[in-house]
Design a protein around this ligand. Structure first.
Ligand code: 3AM
Length: 174
């Protein structure tokens, strides 16, 4: 039997940040399936199918990587039509966060995990299955994220939908 788990690294949102996202979801109406509060996060790196050995090596490597405290402004609604997702996005500016992204991509390469073809694109997915959507005339209130931890998530798909389970957390600030 395969021991592969679908994993990704990301940042959890504070209650206040979640509330801002829920408010924005409400204001946007029903462009698709709203991401549930418990699943709201900002992805750092999608790892793809990961074995126990790869997960162990990744966790070990992440104990020695610099995990800076950072702020991330998200201020632009983006509709990725092909993927059918509506996101709140922002520009990656914090050098520590950008370094961490590259460090994770490099770890993915070393460990044979999924590597992104794109530069870091900070975003929070608000809706899925949003294939046909007309963007509103207004722009959202900017949200400044101040994450406390980096998390290793497992993506579990079931009849009730997808659920993100936190497997491990590393506090930021080292
Ligand atoms: O909701 P976001 O975009 O932050 O987009 C997927 C989601 O993050 C991303 O991993 C997170 C958890 O599912 N993801 C899923 N499949 C992917 C793929 N093949 C992917 N990212 C890149 N390539």
């Amino acid at each position: 039997m395969s021991d592969l788990q679908r994993l990704f690294l990301g940042f959890a949102l504070s209650d206040q940040e979640c509330e801002s996202m829920l408010k924005l979801q409400k204001r946007l109406g029903e462009p698709g399936k709203a991401v549930a509060k418990a699943n709201l996060h900002m992805t750092l790196a999608f790892l793809g199918p990961t074995s126990q050995a790869q997960r162990h090596a990744l966790e070990t490597a992440l104990t020695t990587v610099s995990l800076p405290i950072f702020e991330q402004r998200l201020d632009t609604l983006v509709h990725w039509r092909g993927a059918g997702v509506l996101c709140l996005c922002g520009e990656a500016r914090d050098p520590g966060l950008i370094d961490l992204y590259h460090e994770c991509q490099s770890l993915c390469q070393t460990l044979g995990l999924h590597q992104s073809e794109h530069s870091f694109n900070p975003h929070i997915t608000l809706f899925r299955k949003a294939k046909h959507y007309r963007m509103p005339e207004w722009q959202p209130e900017p949200v400044i994220l101040r994450p406390q931890t980096l998390q290793l998530y497992r993506s579990n798909s079931g009849p009730a939908g997808v659920r993100y389970e936190v497997l491990k957390s590393w506090p930021l600030g080292r």
